[in-house]
Ligand binder design. Structure first.
Ligand code: IPE
Ligand code: IPE
Ligand code: MG
Length: 244
């Protein structure tokens, strides 16, 4: 009973961020450090992703999103892209085994770039889990923030052409309603491992007032204990949203 003693374990804050966005970066460097080809890093990163998702559910996070593949990542070598797509395919098949009950699943991004069967599976997963309320797990694949905004602009322009809305009806809410994250709270906390200090086109609209947590740890080494550190740091931040 060390009343004045320092606590040995980290205690999580009572209030957790409503939406945590993870930029899963550093897989390639993790492999390189071990003298392995980059795809090994992606395999290890995928394992870590599952661990972190389970942990998020255990601690009661309600909305979590993961940047898995950006619209810019198509520039990478074909074999690396193929490995990522294979992992993605495996994940979709396996997801029901590791997604605990009551988890809603949403894919953020343009699905049309994927094979037809994969698109169907993604849509089915979204439909089958749409009624779950305990946690929402978002996976950003073929996602780019600018592309998402351009997509929303096209939808709104078409509605205006159809006479469903007037240009003056377009406001922040109507734009938010055409994003892939419709109905999901804005990102409160962005976590980016691997030492890079940038957003790389991730949820640029939704992160307008997010807090950022950067760490040099590479994604395959990002453990639940690392997440605890980020949540504690988030709790210490003073968010003002433009006020005083
Ligand atoms: C993140 O890891 C995964 C994807 C972008 C698909 P990287 O592959 O970017 O790893 P680094 O940044 O090269 O180490
Ligand atoms: C961001 O990582 C994309 C994902 C994690 C999926 P990148 O590795 O693609 O970002 P940059 O190129 O370092 O900005
Ligand atoms: Mg990277």
């Amino acid at each position: 009973m060390a009343i004045f003693g320092k606590k040995e374990t980290l205690t999580l804050p009572a209030e957790l961020p409503k939406h945590v966005g993870f930029i899963m970066d550093g897989n390639g460097r993790w492999a390189k450090k071990r003298g392995l080809p980059r795809p090994f890093g992606h395999k290890e990163g995928a394992k870590q992703f599952k661990k972190i998702v389970r942990y998020c559910k255990d601690i009661g996070l309600q909305n979590i999103s993961f940047y898995a593949f950006s619209t810019e990542n198509w520039q990478r070598p074909t074999d690396e892209i193929n490995t990522i797509m294979e992992l993605f395919r495996e994940y979709i098949v396996d997801v029901r085994n590791f997604l605990s009950e009551n988890t809603r699943m949403i894919f953020l991004g343009d699905k049309s770039a994927f094979d037809d069967d994969l698109q169907e599976k993604m849509i089915k997963l979204e439909e089958d889990t749409a009624h779950y309320t305990e946690m929402t797990l978002m996976m950003a694949v073929n996602y780019g923030g600018r592309s998402e905004l351009a997509h929303a602009a096209r939808i709104l322009a078409q509605k205006a052409v159809n006479g469903e809305i007037k240009p003056e009806d377009i406001n922040e809410q109507s734009i938010a309603n055409e994003l892939y994250t419709k109905g999901i709270p804005d990102v409160d906390l962005v976590i980016r491992p691997s030492g890079e200090l940038r957003l790389s086109n991730y949820l640029i609209w939704q992160c307008a007032y997010a807090e950022y947590y950067f760490t040099d740890v590479l994604w395959p080494d990002f453990t639940p204990a690392e997440l605890d550190k980020a949540l504690i740091e988030f709790d210490r931040r003073n968010r003002r949203f433009g006020g005083v």
